[in-house]
Design a protein around this ligand. Structure first.
Ligand code: GAR
Length: 213
């Protein structure tokens, strides 16, 4: 049985598209049950519908700062669609502990940096300012603290002389699109799991070589 995935987005959804492509492979151990956005204008919603998927939004604005009430509305849609695993793909809202605890060890997130470095926003600018030579992206299980949780996979890319946040970000994004589907394949098939905070199985390790960039 394929595991049913709920994808949460806030924007253009290029990682969502990578997961949709991976789900279309015959041997994929997962299928997309629902795409949900917190923003009705999220560009990814139309892309998901064009791929024949159910795609809906629950606008957070009418909830006027009541995060948990917004999350309860998201949760109801995800349960109703039969989602078992959630893949956050550019979902830009912080979660309450209630939501994280309602989906134990079942929420994956992709972050555009090599965690635990550069949690939060503007990761590419901050990596360049810090002078790192390697940057990248991380897929991790979500815990109540922002950008924390067991690391299921990472992809590293070089930061090159003359890089801007845009050029470095584009190099990272290309790896996000490789990393996320592979982590989800392993996680959904049980080859990758956690026991408490310990990762069991085969985390995904990718590296874009200098020659590729
Ligand atoms: C991606 O780079 C993702 O890693 C990042 O937002 C972008 C979404 O792009 N996520 C975060 O910053 C989460 N804090 P996409 O909508 O094209 O997938």
């Amino acid at each position: 049985m394929k595991r049913r995935i709920g994808i949460l987005i806030s924007g253009r959804g290029s990682n969502m598209e990578a997961l949709i492509r991976a789900a279309a492979e015959p041997e994929a151990p997962f299928e997309i049950a629902l795409v949900l956005a917190n923003n009705p204008e999220a560009g990814g919603l139309e892309k998901a519908r064009a791929a024949g998927l159910r795609a809906e939004s629950v606008d957070h604005r009418p909830f006027k700062g009541d995060r948990e009430a917004h999350e309860r509305a998201l949760d109801a849609k995800l349960r109703e669609a039969g989602a078992e695993i959630l893949a956050f793909a550019g979902y830009m809202r912080l979660l309450t502990p209630w939501f994280v605890e309602a989906w134990p060890d079942a929420i994956l997130n992709i972050h555009p940096a090599l965690l635990p470095s550069f949690k939060g926003l503007h990761t590419h600018e901050r990596a360049l300012e810090a002078g790192v030579l390697w940057h990248g992206c991380t897929v991790h299980l979500v815990r109540p603290a922002m950008d924390e949780g067991p690391i299921l996979g990472q992809a590293a890319v070089p930061a090159l002389p003359g890089d801007t946040a845009e050029s470095l970000g584009a190099r990272v994004l290309a790896q996000e699109h490789r990393l996320y589907p592979e982590v989800l394949r392993r996680f959904a098939s049980g080859r990758l799991s956690v026991q408490g905070e310990r990762v069991l199985g085969e985390p995904v390790v990718l590296r874009a070589d200098l020659a590729e960039s």
